[in-house]
Design a binder for this molecule. Structure first.
Ligand SMILES: N[C@@H](CCC[C@H](N)C(=O)O)C(=O)O
Length: 296
């Protein structure tokens, strides 16, 4: 039987971003891409991101997180999922471990993130520093200025969208600032083409953003490896950094996504803070048959 069969999980969401939280601390089990895809395909455990908790690797951290997209690929960061993990580590009867002072330090493939509880169902995550150099994002070509990169979609003389900003928040983002309502863009059609554009050697999350005021941005996101989502925390962080670099806003904004709102602050010390809600939808155990046919 597959090692994940009958394993308990939490079904959650953060501002609409569908998250499954799985606790594999104290075991040597890891989730393969094929297993992550099988979990995502079952409607009972459908997710945009699967957040898997493993034993801490670095001293003074509380857990190591592996983050999976729907297509089984991995991400270095997931803002909404990180808040859901924090909720589980504080409040879930089976996953909670005594933590000091309402804060946690979690490690991901991209580095350390610190999480603080700010209300019963609301957390602030220090997402670390944005990476802005072309080879850190990464981009294929050596753009000296990543505030606007050369990329457009649509007819050459009348593009639908062009010149996105590029930012890494531990995962790659391209943000197209537009004058019209982001809902007017066919992101389900445009997103997959741009996600896989050769300019992004590790693919990219694609955002369409409209600045509505000095501290308010409307955002829609096509997520790398997951598709259209109701919210993406790292995209919200990347968008505030990009808009601030372009002098469209100050260093703090509310980002309104289809599934809810996130508050983002790009602090003077270069760290990006994201505050937002978590929702627990329920719990379940993985049905053994969903793993049928997967080689172990
Ligand atoms: N929804 C997440 C980001 C998810 C990762 C992304 N699809 C990637 O592969 O980079 C968030 O809330 O930040």
């Amino acid at each position: 039987m597959n090692a994940l069969a009958n394993h308990r999980f939490l079904k959650m969401h953060g501002a609409g971003n569908a998250i499954v939280v799985l606790d594999l601390r104290g075991t040597r089990i890891t989730v393969s891409g094929a297993e992550a895809r099988a979990i995502a395909e079952d409607p009972r455990s459908r997710f945009d991101q699967l957040m898997v908790m493993h034993d801490a690797v670095t001293p003074n951290t509380d857990a190591y997180l592996r983050i999976y997209n729907t297509d089984g690929s991995r991400s270095g960061a997931c803002g909404n999922g990180t808040r859901c993990v924090a909720y589980a580590m504080f409040d879930d009867p089976a996953m909670a471990r005594p933590a000091e002072g309402g804060s946690l330090t979690l490690e991901t493939e991209a580095g350390l993130v610190a999480v603080k509880r700010v209300a019963d169902r609301s957390f602030t995550v220090d997402m670390g520093k944005p990476r802005l150099k072309w080879d850190e994002i990464p981009l294929r070509d050596p753009f000296p200025d990543t505030r606007r990169i050369e990329l457009q979609i649509g007819p050459i003389d009348d593009p639908i969208m062009h010149s996105p900003a590029a930012v890494s928040m531990g995962n790659p983002h391209a943000i197209f600032f537009v004058d019209r309502d982001p809902d007017e863009y066919d992101l389900a059609q445009i997103g997959p083409m741009l996600e896989a554009h050769p300019i992004f050697p590790e693919r990219a999350n694609i955002s369409v953003a409209q600045v509505l005021g000095r501290d308010l941005i409307k955002l829609r996101v096509w997520e790398r490896g997951a598709g259209l989502t109701l919210a993406c925390g790292t995209a919200a962080c990347a968008t505030v950094v990009a808009a601030s670099r372009l002098r469209m806003i100050g260093r703090q904004a509310t980002v309104a996504l289809p599934g809810g709102q996130l508050s983002i602050e790009w602090r003077a010390d270069d760290h990006v803070l994201m505050t937002g809600p978590v929702f627990l939808e329920g719990e379940g155990t993985f049905a053994p048959e969903i793993f049928a046919g997967i080689q172990e």
